[in-house]
Design a protein around this ligand. Structure first.
Ligand code: NAP
Length: 265
């Protein structure tokens, strides 16, 4: 079991929702945290909320759509803390638009934010983890990484792509003592639907009321942390919505008929 005391964790999407809850839970366990997202003021708020200080926290804001500067960020982390034990690719954005109406540039934006950023950050930290002789990369996918849903074509595609990449990477980095965990949350009570983008790339700003029946972000964070500690390859976090994954696997025809009847939010 990984003990987080003194471990250096780079966390994206740290300014809200699951990322914020992860930051607080990891800080409480004594981790040194690198917090990333676009909004510096929100990252500062999370730093204070988690009672982190300058000696055990670094705020590195950047846009996941532009990863051209990530190697510089990796160097900054190594020069401050001397190592990177865990990268958590958590930052992401959802979608609420029909595939036929969605501009290709919006499909690409979702892929950049949710998929290529995780690829770029992982490639950037790998040389340091190989040098250290250890490391762990955990990536937050979704149950949408296992099946498609209305209004989520590019979101779901970006999450499916993560599985292909990280399942392959897992095999390649195993000899270097580097672990890969894929995390598939179901319904978690965060602002993800409000923050989702529409066919023009504008903020959705519509609530998904089913979120209030979902797990809390802090319960989700606790389960993510347990999965990382136990070195799980893949973990599903949520409630009865997780049944859809098994139904699709064993009864794809039935799955299609059932999913057609689901409420669209
Ligand atoms: N909530 C759910 O039901 C659910 C279910 C399955 C999977 N997930 C996944 O969980 C992860 C976290 O989502 P959440 O539910 O916590 O939603 P959230 O509250 O909307 O948080 C999203 C985080 O990603 C960051 N982010 C978004 N776009 C970014 C960009 N272009 N550059 C940098 N950072 C960006 C946001 O920070 P800034 O706005 O400050 O940049 C924020 O910290 C996502 O990968 C999501 O796909 C969530």
């Amino acid at each position: 079991m990984m003990d987080f005391k003194g471990k250096v964790v780079w966390l994206t999407g740290a300014s809200s929702g699951i990322g914020e809850a992860l930051a607080c839970a990891l800080a409480a366990q004594g981790a040194q945290l690198v917090l990333s997202s676009r909004r510096v003021a929100e990252l500062e708020r999370v730093k204070e909320l988690c009672k982190l200080q300058d000696h055990n926290c670094l705020i590195l804001p950047f846009d996941l759509c532009d990863t051209s500067g990530v190697d510089k960020l990796t160097s900054l982390i190594v020069s401050k803390f001397g190592k990177i034990d865990l990268l958590i690719n958590n930052g992401g954005i959802s979608q609420r638009s029909l595939a036929r109406d969605t501009a290709l540039e919006i499909d690409r934006r979702l892929m950049e934010t949710n998929y290529f950023s995780a690829v770029a950050l992982s490639k950037s930290v790998l040389p340091q983890m190989i040098k250290q002789g250890s490391g762990h990369i955990a990536t937050v996918s979704s149950i949408s990484g296992k099946f498609g849903f209305f209004l989520r074509s590019a979101y779901s595609a970006s999450k499916h792509a993560l599985h292909g990449f990280f399942e392959s990477l897992r095999l390649e980095v195993h000899p270097y003592n580097i672990a890969i965990t894929l995390i598939c949350p179901g319904k978690i009570n965060t602002a993800i639907a409000l923050n989702a983008i529409n066919e023009k790339g504008e903020k959705n700003n519509k609530e998904a009321f089913s979120r209030f029946k979902g797990l809390s972000a802090s319960e989700c964070a606790a389960q993510i942390i347990r999965a990382i500690q136990k070195n799980k390859v893949e973990v599903f976090i949520g409630g009865k919505e997780l049944r859809a994954i098994r139904i699709k696997r064993f009864f794809p025809g039935l799955f299609f008929r059932l999913i057609l009847r689901q409420k669209i939010e």
